[in-house]
Ligand binder design. Sequence first.
Ligand code: ADP
Length: 381
Amino acid sequence: MFLIWKKANILNKLEVNMEIAQENFRIGVESAPYALILSDETGRITQVNFQTEKLYGYTSEELIGKNIEMLIPKELHKHYRHDSESFFTSPAVVSLGIDDEVYANTKNGAWFPVEIVLTPITTQNGISVLASVTDVTSRKANEAIIKNQVKELQLKNQELEHFNYIASHDLQEPLRTVSNYIMLLEEDYPEQINDEIRMHLSTMNSAVSRMSQLVRSLLDFGRLGKNRKLSLTDCCSIITNVKADLNGLIKQTNAVITIVDDMPVLYAYETEMRQLFQNLINNAIKFTDKDTAPQINIGCKKTKGFYEFYVSDNGIGIDPKHFNDIFHIFQRLNKNEDYEGYGIGLANCRKIAEMHGGEIWVESELGKGSTFKFKILNFKA
Ligand code: ADP
């Protein structure tokens, strides 16, 4: 008798636990932020939650016992039947509407795009399917807006590139003409050209070749990164190569370039990265007082998802009010007589940092040297 009582007690407890679990499950299903629909192998709806009523406009009484096809647009029934057959042949969790378009049908016949996760559930009556349905109307609308904007941006970019190319090419032609006529004047009228006129012609000539160089840099700026290739890039060997290229200038200025930290080997656009380092190191040597030997330190640290590099110098420094300007095309803070240049180097650097998913900035004080910092995405992370 005692054993029977004990067994009955255990069964009672199990039943109570089961009821509690079922109630918890019911609360969970009811409070879910998406529609949950349970249907059996024949497609008959056996349970729905509050969100289902809200989303489809039916009451639960109108839904339970009916075929789930009433929630699917008629035009898609054939498709649904095929999918449902394969679902029950090999039941597994399936997601619909992520890469393809799936629609649901409300009580008043309106369609809306949905994302559905189908989960097979074993019940006493066989396999049931739990469909969790999310209305993705606003997400799809936003995606469409973004897609359009990307397309527009691509078109504008193409137009801009085309304009840049044509403008740069067409501007070279008249410049060549001016330069040729200066030469002709010098050759054909040697007696008439006195020292003053010769000086004016020479000024004209330098202006023409500077203009020609500016136009060429504009063209290079537009083309920068056009044929970029992501590859494993050894930053230490890039800097060694840049130092070799700048050997003449380094010797002439007694510049000392020190690589402070271990330089990484990383995935990057190698040619462009080399140009970035070349511009920064070249500037670091160039923008130093004539009687000061440039001391340049180069380093890198790894931050979350990025590599952050710096190139610091003991040069003339930059007034903080120009920290942004200098990264714009043709912006220069010094006279050409003091420091030669075309004002395109840092604009190129900015473009290169940005094409690596990063940015570039400067920290400096007038007369106290500058530290240019840039970070680029760690493509492998
Ligand atoms: P460029 O060197 O041809 O003048 P950049 O675009 O490389 O053009 O630089 C823009 C301007 O930023 C320079 O003209 C200079 O005034 C300032 N600049 C760049 N690098 C430095 C530096 N290391 N120290 C001080 N000023 C700098």
